[in-house]
Ligand binder design. Sequence first.
Ligand code: NOJ
Ligand code: CA
Length: 664
Amino acid sequence: MKPYIYIMTLTLFFFSCTSMEEAKVTSPDKKITVQAGEENGRIYYSISKNNTPVLDKSFLGFTFKTNNFENVHISKVIHSSFSETWEQVWGEEITVDNTYNQMIVSVEESEGLKRKFDIVFRVFDDGIGFRYEFPAQENMKEFTIIDENTEFNFTEAHKSWSIPYGANYYEALYEPKPLNRIDTVSTPLTIETENGLFLAVHEANLTDYASMNLTPQNGTSKLKVYLTPWSTGEKVFMKTPGVTPWRTIIIAGSLGDLLLSRLMLNLNESNRINDTSWIKTGRYIGIWWGMHMEKYTWTTGPKHGAITANVKRYIDFAAKHGFSGVLVEGWNTGWENNWTVEGDKFSFTTAYPDFDLEEVTRYAASKGVSLIGHHETGGATLNYESQMDSAFALYNKYGVSVVKTGYVSPLLDGKERNSSQYGVRHYRKVIETAAKYKIMIDNHEPVMPTGLQRTYPNLMTQEGVRGQEWDAWSTDGGNPPEHTTIIPFTRGLAGPMDFTPGTFLFENPVFPDTRVWTTLAKQLALSVVIYSPQKTAYEMIENYENNPAFEFITSCPTNWSETVVPDAKIGEYVTIARKDRESRNWFIGSITNAEARTLNLGFAFLENGVKYKAKIFRDGKDAHYKTNPYPIEIEEMEITSETNLTIPQAPGGGTAIMLIHPNT
Ligand code: NOJ
Ligand code: CA
């Protein structure tokens, strides 16, 4: 991994003004304008792009448990600008440009306690972020937020994609609906406007606050923040000085620009881990799908998957095929308690007697493979927190550097929602503690990601999506083919997704009506389309052996220096091309929904004049996600930046291409 350089260029200048007419700030390219003002003792803002409104007058503010702010006014406005480029430790590209114009609107109570806060707006070329900042002050020390009243007053009932608030762990299907017909939804909320803009409302740097959800007001397209509450109904306990997360709106002219916006990462704090040499992307297999397919059990017994001999078999396979890790679920005691919080007795340091941690990790190391650890908490965070240090220390001692965590329970500790301030505090503690022990995290059943991986790049990947595990056991049949053409533009905007593609066997002996609804070629394409720096090839290893399509899985990198989006339409198709960080090779994934399609692909992103050796994995004759998922054709040819290809895609199908540079 290259050394991490977090600031390459930096410019900063300030100027100040007090005239209220000038409570206005534009993006560096002058296309986006944010205006703030006061009306009847309340503060509002509005946004336009190219002089066309994006948000009409939208009010800001809070309801506190006691001592609400009554009449407020703008006391001061300060403008400044900032520009830097910084490098991602890992990611979809290396360099990120962070250039914005900032406006701090200082607000003060007009009478009484004269308490104050600031609203900080940052306007980038690809959208805006704003947050509330409460400075230390005599008349405001501790306070409780009952509601955040921030509004997003959209000009029309645009088309949008979202999942309902309260869907367990965000594992739900994104639905297209006009804005005025949504219920309370989680963010990211993705919007397509009639005049060709793609917008996404979300948040950045959620650190000690509740997650943001959005509710339309009285059937209109005016959305208001709904914070996930504590079980007692309060939303957030805060102290001064304190800040809220950033409220973010990406404003993009194309789906590609939406997907490539790094606005949310820019609004997180820079890397706090000095030595990042232990943070590495990777690809792993696991004793995992076997449990979901009921071939193995998590708990010890006659069908126990995590037994030393079976794990060694997986380690041998990993070593042979160049996987960096082997995930082992069900290694520790407690699974026999059926994951109930009351009966939770998960130990994170005691192995079942048929799993020898010391021997397995010794064997793995001798083969150049790492064990990927597993901590399923059953949502019992107090039990987990009491063992966390010793659990991470144990793994660290045995050379385990990636741990998958899980929280299968609709409420944490039988009480609090995972997206509440309670949950947010817990997940943050896990990341920070893991960093102390040089452990990378893959968080299942997380709080929705908000870009924290910029600050803690050991937070590698997260679930928080209806992943491919649903195709094992969901009684509604599994994920429909369009699902994967939507999530890159919704949940995917929040950060890497541990979606776990890679099935090679489509029959499901346990739930015959439930299945992975794709072709084999689409499974390969998903490993490019869905970005995750720690990537699972989740199939049981016996189903990979001797299948020529497996070459794509073992060749596809996990860290990229460049990403482009040649073509996409939400819910229909998406094509993504990525350049490997370690070589000059490119990998392309293209997928379609239930419709057959013809992929027309140009290669203008390749180096001019270079002849790449291409291997194309495409749907074979009569392939169909429902009736015939297996046919695949593998074709080799030479490709240059001038080439144009026309490739048929089956219903529920896809195409995966690797392009090997001659000087690799
Ligand atoms: C749910 C996770 O998403 C899945 O990957 C894991 O196997 C189970 N919980 C058990 O921890
Ligand atoms: Ca899950």
